[in-house]
Design a protein around this ligand. Structure first.
Ligand SMILES: [Fe+2]
Length: 387
């Protein structure tokens, strides 16, 4: 991997990671170590009816002050504010989120408001928090978002149909408990889609304008792990080894992109998700190879290394041909795990793409894309290729 002589970076990874089958039962010890006594579990309407949440509740014992289970996919400001109100009533002093990206991000928003007061919309911005927020222990039930170790949260403003980014160094969760038993019930398509989100994080960290060696190392290994274990987890949801390795892959991908950032794949996926409700991992999966082709000549060396991490032997190939293998191997991979291949298949309507292209240009991620994009027509072309 080549780096410019001007390379300089800061790498942050403050979250304590606990890994292993059955470790979710240790949540009480983690809360104790944080010296907290009133935990509010944050989860969604589906998970609250499962044994997973009951088990976490039981493991917390007397330290469980209550359960907030109103989170829905594509969480919104109103949900965060309702959860905060509930947390205030219970005098919660620590949050334990049990769920996927939407749940974890809701808890991050609540952690801000519980500590700083007001509503979440009062705290929008980048690194504006003046000090630590309410502590947060995460138990992910999907392997993809990486939000358990990142400093950002995406919360939808449902009135404006926009996704808002909250990013702050105080948003890193205190603890991430990666327990493969927590992901074994995840259905096939959700397993594949969230895994593709993690793969997108790896690729975007590597091609980012802010890429650096620590994030590259994590992201390249993340790709190797996902290539090996995601098909196994999709094929057999009860494969505990594959589930565990995917949790680790998603976590290290999260650490990589939380530092190196993501680019146009995420910018384009965010606006498609906000307008048409396409789940994040599915939007990323469809757009990823198209965005690689768009950026191709700006990252020949990086894409050829991604192709190798995807298992392709590119030795002796022309640089352009080797880089193209990143897109083609990822396409083959998404087909093998049963992902939708076009935006048309996931109910995106062509006339809305123009607005999505304009919105994607305003997304915070676009500035880290290896090729700078200023013209919405360029984005529209990528959308149309993926349509
Ligand atoms: Fe993502």
């Amino acid at each position: 991997m080549h780096y410019s002589e001007e390379l300089n970076f800061i790498f942050r990874f403050p979250t304590k990671v606990v890994f292993g089958p059955g470790t979710a039962k240790e949540v009480g010890m983690e809360v104790e170590e944080l010296k907290k006594t009133r935990a509010l579990i944050v989860t969604d309407q589906g998970l609250v009816q499962t044994d997973l949440v009951r088990m976490v509740q039981k493991a917390l014992g007397k330290k469980c002050a209550g359960v907030f289970s109103d989170v829905v996919p594509d969480t919104g400001l109103h949900i965060v504010n309702a959860g905060t109100e509930y947390g205030r009533k219970l005098e919660a002093d620590v949050l334990v989120s049990v769920g996927g990206g939407s749940v974890i991000d809701t808890a991050k928003g609540m952690a801000i408001c519980l500590a700083k007061g007001g509503k979440l919309e009062d705290h929008a911005g980048f690194n504006l928090l003046s000090g630590p927020i309410t502590p947060h222990v995460v138990i992910p039930t999907t392997a993809g978002t990486g939000s358990e170790v990142t400093y950002a949260a995406i919360i939808k403003d449902h009135e404006q149909k926009r996704k808002l980014l909250f990013a702050d160094n105080y948003l890193f969760p205190n603890v991430a408990i990666l327990d493969p038993y927590m992901t074994i019930g995840l259905p096939r398509l959700m397993t594949a889609a969230t895994g593709m989100d993690a793969l997108s994080h790896c690729v975007e960290a590597i091609h980012s304008r802010q890429s650096e060696p620590v994030a590259d190392a994590l992201a390249l290994h993340g790709i190797r792990m996902i290539r090996e274990y995601l098909p196994r987890a999709v094929e057999n949801g009860g494969d505990i080894i594959a589930r565990g390795q995917m949790l680790i892959a998603a976590c290290i991908a999260g650490a990589a992109f939380s530092n190196a950032q993501v680019g146009m794949v995420h910018a384009l996926a965010h606006s498609i998700g906000a307008k048409f409700g396409v789940p994040h991992g599915i939007a990323n999966s469809i757009l990823l190879p198209h965005c690689i082709l768009y950026n191709l000549d700006a990252c020949l060396d990086r894409y050829s290394q991604i192709a190798q991490a995807m298992g392709k032997d590119v030795r002796g190939m022309e640089p352009l041909k080797a880089a193209e293998q990143a897109a083609s191997t990822i396409w083959e991979f998404t087909k093998a795990i049963g992902m939708p291949q076009t935006l048309r298949e996931v109910n995106v309507e062509e006339p809305g793409l123009e607005q999505c292209a304009n919105d994607a240009l305003m997304d915070g991620s676009i500035v880290y894309n290896p090729k700078l994009v200023f013209d919405p027509e360029e984005i529209l072309k990528v959308y149309k290729n993926a349509f």
